[in-house]
Design a binder for this molecule. Structure first.
Ligand code: DBV
Length: 250
C-alpha cells in the first residue's frame, strides 16, 4: 500500500496544468534511495523517492516520498517561492508510522504577525480550514518553537482511521493546493528593496528552522546513515542557503 501516492499524483498533475513547470535538479544519489530494515518477518525495504520542479514564480517545488510498507508511509511536500514574491510556503507533512497518522498542512506565512499579510494570505484559507475541522480535529501536542512558522489556518491532526486520510485529508490537501495555486497566479513580483530584504530574511529563518529541526532526521539516519541524511537535508530538502551561496539573488 502506498497511501500518499494519489496525493503526489494529484499535486503533480495540478502543477503541470496550472504552471509553466520545469524540472529542478536533484543532486546525484538522491533521486531514489533504498535500504532494508528490520529482521526476519519484519524485514521491509524502505524506498525514498525525490521529485523537484520550478516555475517562473516558484523557486523549488519538491517532494520526498518514503515508502516502507503499511506502517511507514511519508509524503513531505513543500513549495518554496522565488525570493521576489511575498507568497507563503505550501507545506504538507503527511506521516504514517507504526504509532498512527500525523498530518500537517498549511500555507506557511513569511510574516505571521503582519495584519495585511494575514488578510492577503490567511483569511481566504480560513473557511477551507474550518470546513475540515469537524472531520479533522486539532492534533494536540506540537512544538511551541514551530508556532511562528504556521498560519492560523494550520491543519494539524492525527486521524485514527486510514479511511479518514484517504477521504478528508486528501480533500483538504486538494483544497489547500488549489487555493495556493490561485495565490500563485495572482502574485506580482516585489521590487521594493526593503521588502525584498525582508522576504529573504523570512525565507532563511524558515529554512534554517526546518533544516535544523527536521523531524525526519532520526528516521533517515537509521535507514540511510548520517552522511547521506545531512546532505539530503541541506543539499536538497532545504537547499536555499546553498543556492544563495552559488547564485546570490537566486
Ligand atoms: N518532516 C519533514 C521532512 C520529512 C518529515 C522533510 C521527508 O520536514 C517527516 C520527511 N515529520 C516527518 C516524520 C515525522 C514528522 C513529524 C517522519 C515523525 C517523527 C517521529 O515521530 O519520529 C510538522 N512533522 C512532524 C511533527 C510536526 C511536523 C509538528 C511532530 C514532531 C514533534 O512532535 O516533534 N512541518 C513539520 C514541522 C514544520 C513543518 C515541525 C515546521 C515548520 O512545516
Amino acid at each position: 500500500m502506498t497511501l500518499y501516492q494519489p496525493f503526489l499524483d494529484y499535486a503533480l498533475e495540478q502543477l503541470q496544468q496550472t504552471l509553466d513547470l520545469q524540472p529542478y535538479p536533484i543532486p546525484e544519489g538522491f533521486e531514489t534511495k533504498q535500504a532494508v530494515t528490520g529482521k526476519g518477518k519484519r524485514q521491509e525495504t524502505v524506498v525514498t523517492t525525490s521529485y523537484a520542479y520550478q516555475s517562473p514564480k516558484l523557486r523549488q517545488i519538491r517532494a520526498a516520498h518514503v515508502q516502507g510498507g503499511n506502517a511507514l508511509q511519508v509524503l513531505n511536500f513543500v513549495i518554496f517561492p522565488r525570493l521576489n514574491y511575498d507568497l507563503p510556503f505550501f507545506g504538507a507533512d503527511l506521516v504514517t508510522l507504526p504509532g498512527g497518522h500525523l498530518i500537517a498542512l498549511d500555507m506557511q506565512p513569511l510574516f505571521r504577525e503582519d495584519a495585511d499579510y494575514q488578510t492577503k494570505y490567511t483569511q481566504p484559507i480560513l473557511p477551507i480550514f474550518e470546513s475540515f475541522q469537524a472531520h479533522l480535529p486539532w492534533g494536540g501536542d506540537f512544538p511551541a518553537e514551530a508556532q511562528p512558522f504556521f498560519s492560523p489556518a494550520f491543519l494539524w491532526t492525527r486521524p485514527t482511521e486510514t479511511a479518514a486520510v484517504e477521504t478528508h485529508v486528501f480533500d483538504a490537501f486538494k483544497a489547500y493546493l488549489q487555493a495556493y495555486l490561485t495565490f500563485v497566479q495572482q502574485a506580482e513580483p516585489i521590487t521594493d528593496t526593503t521588502a525584498l530584504e525582508d522576504i529573504e530574511q523570512a525565507q532563511l529563518r524558515y529554512l534554517r528552522y526546518r533544516a535544523e529541526k527536521d523531524p525526519a532526521r532520526g528516521m533517515f539516519n537509521r535507514f540511510y546513515g548520517p552522511e547521506w541524511t545531512e546532505e539530503y537535508i541541506h543539499g536538497f530538502l532545504f537547499d536555499l542557503e546553498r543556492q544563495l551561496a552559488v547564485a546570490p539573488g537566486a
